[in-house]
Ligand binder design. Sequence first.
Ligand code: NDP
Ligand code: ZN
Length: 346
Amino acid sequence: MLKLNEVGWLEKEKPLCGPMDALVRPLAVSPCTSDIHTVWEGAIGERTDMILGHEAVGEVVETGNLVKDFKKGDRVIIPAITPDWEKVESQMGFHQHAGGMLNGWKFSNVKDGVFGELFHVNQADGNMALLPPNVSVEDAVMLSDMVPTGFHGADNAHVSYGETVAVIGIGPVGLMAVAGANLRGAARIFAVGSRQICQDVAKLYGATDTVNYKDGDIVRHILDANDKKPVDKVIIAGGNLETFEQALKIVRPAGVISNVNYLGTGDFIRISRIDWGVGMGHIAITGGLMPGGRKNMEYLSNLLKYGKLDVSHLLTHRYKGFDFIETGIFLMKDKPSDLIKPVITI
Ligand code: NDP
Ligand code: ZN
């Protein structure tokens, strides 16, 4: 990212490797819709001459002298969120915000991201995981961000057996929210999106019903299909500020609206007084940055290693070579109808 609304190539110094850190060479990367919010919406403010990208699998090139569990040559998965684990916020259970709001999100936010020939990982022992030998680098790169973010949506909604869940937005993040809700035992899952390919893949991940928001009011559609009853949980992984008003109309009393969408534009979310039970409806509205760190990467990679989750359905566009990162970024910006997620191997 050269500046707001402009991407291009940059020459930078090799990053410094601190005693607890690692330098990693990317083997596979994927651009994210968040990169698009950052560059073309300025959603987190002004950024100049910053390397983009936060989804990568790579090979360790250098480790600091205090790093215990990784060495040069190891193939590792790096989560998009790499917190400072010693901070009190981490000890309080919200490592995503250790050192300040969203400060666990370092790549392509507060420091250079992973779309470089080398990138820096802080606190390597706490923020990397070994790539299981039977998982491909293309699949594993979906563990950096898409799987943990979608699953975070389902986790924060506390989806449990037999529940009815609506997932609004079924790009790669929402599709992983569908998969997460399904693994947590949801019985019925409404998947809301317009692209046919996303609707088809949502079915593979456990959606029982698909809803096209371009075909009319999703509130009426979902309530009608659900015997006029509200759903237990709503996960928001796309849409806009108005999506919260819709979510409140389809969730039951004491339900949860769990947002993982990065709200790139607009100022305020409206909460309808009546739909929120005049302030007493016990409807929780939550929004979260995906969990970072090594443990989450190790456990989520187990799902791929043991065949419980097949992320390859997300990978619609595959490229080989560093230069194609730019192609991938513009695909994520333009969202052609056959796109779910591009992956670039290097
Ligand atoms: P996509 O753009 O691929 O998917 C967005 C989805 O929302 C699509 O299914 C789209 O439908 C749907 N949608 C768009 N407008 C509406 C609407 N008005 N009503 C209902 N659905 C709508 O995004 P990603 O899946 O890549 O990412 C989703 C969000 O998650 C992004 O904002 C991203 O930045 C954020 N994110 C958040 C993270 C976190 O830690 N919380 C981490 C990673 C990403 P269609 O295109 O079919 O028309
Ligand atoms: Zn991302």
